[in-house]
Ligand binder design. Structure first.
Ligand SMILES: *[C@@H]1O[C@H](CO)[C@@H](O)[C@H](O)[C@H]1NC(C)=O
Ligand SMILES: *[C@@H]1O[C@H](CO)[C@@H](O)[C@H](O)[C@H]1NC(C)=O
Ligand SMILES: *[C@@H]1O[C@H](CO)[C@@H](O)[C@H](O)[C@H]1NC(C)=O
Length: 493
C-alpha cells in the first residue's frame, strides 16, 4: 500500500500536474462516483509488486515496472488497457536510455538480467514476451534479491547503481557500468566504505562550468562505523559522491572508485538538555530524510542546500588509527591533489585518476568518510509527524511560481495510502517555514463509506497559486479530515 508519486508537466503551460498511483488498486472500493466525476483515474493493473513509474512526456506514455511485466500506457488516459511486455522478473531498474530505448533490469530468480527495450515495441502488440537471448547479464546493475533497496540512474549512457551485488546481499556497492569504460565499483567488503547500505537515490550534479568536475551523488542509509560505542549498530543517512571521470587507480584501487567520499546527513529535532531526536533512515528523496523514530512512529522531511553538501566534502577527514582506536579527525598532512578531487584543468594537470600519486590513492582508500555533517536548512526538519500510524515513503516537490512569490509544494506519500500536501515558503537568510499541511488522497480506504467528500483539487485557501483552466489534477482527491470514520478503517492512519 505504498503510494507512488509521479510528476509530469502537462502539455499546457500550467504550473504542473500531479498524478498519484497507488500500489493497491481500488478493486475493493466503490469509486464509481469519483470516476464519473473524472477525478480518479485508475490504471487497470492486477495488484502486485509495483516498483517504479517512468513518464515519457514527449511521447505521452507512462512505463510501469512490476513483477514479471513492463507496462506501457497512455499518459493522457491511464485507464486504457496497458500494453505488456512479459519479462519474468522482478523489475528493479527502469531508466530512460536514449530517445528510442529504455534500460530495464530484473532480478530473474537470483540471476539478474538487463535489456534495452525499444519503446516502439509497445505499438506493435498488446502483449509480448522478452526472450532470454534478448537480455544481458545484470550483475553489478541489479540486485539478486528483489527486496533490497536499490537506486540507479543513467548518466551519459552509463548506469550508476547502488545495489547489493551478491547472492547473500552482503556486498553493498555502488557501480558504474554499461558504457565503453571498464566497470568500476566501491571497494568490496570494506565496512568503512559501505556497510548494509540501503540506497535511495542517484543524482548527477555539476559543480563548476567545467564538465571534468562533474560528480554523481548517491543517497543512502547504512550502519555507521564511526558511531561511538555502537559501531555498525546504528543507522546513519549519508550522501556519497564520485567523479564522473573516475576510472580507478593504477596500482591500487584498480577498477574501484578512487574519488569515493561520504558524509553524514543529519535530520534531527533538538530537545531539552541538548538531546537530539534523529531521523536516520532515508526512504525518501534527494532533498529529504524521513524515517521512524525508535520509540514513536515518526517521519520527517528535511531540506538541504547543495552548497552545504559540497562544503562538507571540503572539510576534514575522519581517521581511525587501528581496530582499537576511535574515529577522530585526521590531523596529518592530506596528500595533493586532495582526495576526492576530479582530474580536471580546474584544479591541476592530471588528466586521469590513474595518474594520481600512490599516496593520494592510498588516502582515498583509507579515508572515505568526512567529519562534517550536512545539516538541514534551519538546522531542523521542515516537517515532522510522530505518533501516527504511517511512515513517509515518497516525496515529490513542485516548485510553483505564483503571483506573490515562489512556493515549494510538497506531496508526501506514505506507506498507508495517505498523501500529505504541504506548502513551503522558502525564506531569506536560510530560515524556512512550513506553512500548511493537508491530508490529500486516501487511496487505501473506501471514500464512499466514510464521511468524506471529494473536493476540487485546487484549494482556494491558498491565494496566489493559480492553475490554468481545464487542468484539474486528474487523480487527486482532497479528503478533508474525515469525520465519523469507523475505527477499523481509521487504523489505516
Ligand atoms: C539508443 O540505444 C540503443 C541501444 O544501445 C541503440 O540501439 C539505439 O540506436 C540508440 N538510439 C538512438 C536514437 O541513439
Ligand atoms: C507504527 O506504524 C505501523 C505502520 O507503519 C503500525 O503498524 C504500528 O502499529 C504503528 N505503531 C505505533 C506505536 O503507532
Ligand atoms: C458528515 O459530516 C457532516 C459534517 O461534519 C455531518 O453534518 C453529517 O451528518 C455527516 N454524515 C454522515 C453520514 O455521517
Amino acid at each position: 500500500m505504498l503510494v507512488h508519486l509521479l510528476k509530469f508537466q502537462p502539455s499546457l503551460p500550467t504550473l504542473g500536474l500531479m498524478l498519484y498511483l497507488c500500489h493497491m488498486l481500488f478493486f475493493f472500493f466503490s469509486t464509481a462516483e469519483l470516476i464519473q466525476n473524472g477525478r480518479l483515474l485508475t490504471l487497470p493493473l492486477e495488484a502486485g509488486d509495483l516498483h517504479s513509474l517512468l513518464p515519457d512526456e514527449d511521447r505521452r506514455r507512462l512505463y510501469v515496472a512490476m513483477k514479471d511485466n513492463l507496462l506501457s500506457t497512455s499518459l493522457d488516459d491511464i485507464t486504457q488497457n496497458p500494453r505488456k511486455l512479459d519479462c519474468a522478473n522482478f523489475l528493479r531498474v527502469l531508466q530512460p536510455f536514449n530517445q528510442t530505448h529504455l534500460y530495464v533490469c530484473g532480478t530473474g530468480a537470483f540471476n539478474p538480467r538487463c535489456a534495452f527495450i525499444a519503446t516502439s515495441i509497445f505499438h506493435q502488440a498488446e502483449y509480448q514476451t522478452l526472450s532470454y537471448s534478448q537480455t544481458e547479464c545484470g550483475k553489478g546493475k541489479c540486485p539478486y534479491d528483489p527486496f533490497q533497496k536499490t537506486a540507479s540512474a543513467v548518466v551519459d549512457g552509463e548506469l550508476y547503481a547502488g545495489i547489493t551485488s551478491d547472492f547473500m546481499s552482503r556486498d553493498s556497492a555502488f557501480f558504474r557500468s554499461l558504457g565503453r569504460r571498464h566497470v568500476i565499483r566501491t571497494e568490496q567488503y570494506d565496512s568503512t566504505w559501505l556497510q548494509d547500505a540501503q540506497f535511495v537515490r542517484v543524482a548527477p550534479l555539476s559543480e563548476t562550468d567545467n564538465p571534468e568536475d562533474d560528480k554523481v551523488y548517491v543517497f543512502f542509509t547504512e550502519r555507521a562505523q564511526e558511531a561511538e560505542g555502537a559501531a555498525g549498530k546504528v543507522l546513519y543517512s549519508r550522501v556519497a559522491r564520485v567523479c564522473k571521470n573516475d576510472i580507478g587507480g593504477q596500482r591500487s584501487l584498480v577498477n574501484k572508485w578512487s574519488t569515493f567520499q561520504k558524509a553524514r546527513m543529519v535530520c534531527s529535532v533538538p530537545g531539552p538538555d541538548g538531546l537530539q531526536t534523529h531521523f536516520d533512515q532515508l526512504p525518501a528523496r534527494v532533498t529529504t530524510t524521513a524515517g521512524p523514530l525508535d520509540i514513536l512512529n515518526g517521519s520527517a522531511v528535511c531540506v538541504y542546500r547543495m552548497e552545504d553538501v559540497v562544503r562538507a566534502f571540503k572539510g576534514n577527514f575522519l581517521h581511525k588509527e587501528g581496530p582499537q582506536y576511535k574515529w577522530a579527525e585526521f590531523t596529518g598532512k592530506v596528500p595533493y591533489p586532495r582526495p576526492g578531487t576530479c582530474p580536471s584543468s580546474t584544479y591541476g594537470s592530471y588528466s586521469s585518476t590513474r595518474e594520481y600519486p600512490d599516496d593520494v590513492i592510498f588516502f582515498s582508500r583509507t579515508h572515505p568518510l568526512l567529519q562534517e555533517h550536512v545539516l538541514p536548512l534551519g538546522e531542523r526538519p521542515l516537517l515532522v509527524r510522530v505518533g501516527v500510524h504511517y511512515k513517509f515513503s515518497k516525496l515529490l516537490v513542485d516548485r510553483v511560481e505564483a503571483v506573490d512569490g515562489t512556493y515549494d509544494v510538497l506531496f508526501i506519500g506514505t506507506d498507508s495510502g495517505l498523501v500529505l500536501k504541504a506548502i513551503h515558503l522558502p525564506r531569506e537568510h536560510g530560515q524556512s517555514q512550513e506553512v500548511t499541511l493537508e491530508q490529500l488522497v486516501c487511496l487505501s480506504w473506501p471514500c464512499t463509506s466514510v464521511n468524506c467528500t471529494a473536493r476540487p483539487a485546487r484549494n482556494a485557501a491558498w491565494p496566489g497559486i493559480r492553475t490554468a483552466p481545464g487542468t484539474d489534477m486528474p487523480a487527486v482527491h482532497i479528503c478533508p479530515p474525515c469525520a465519523g470514520r469507523d475505527e477499523r478503517k481509521s487504523t489505516l492512519f
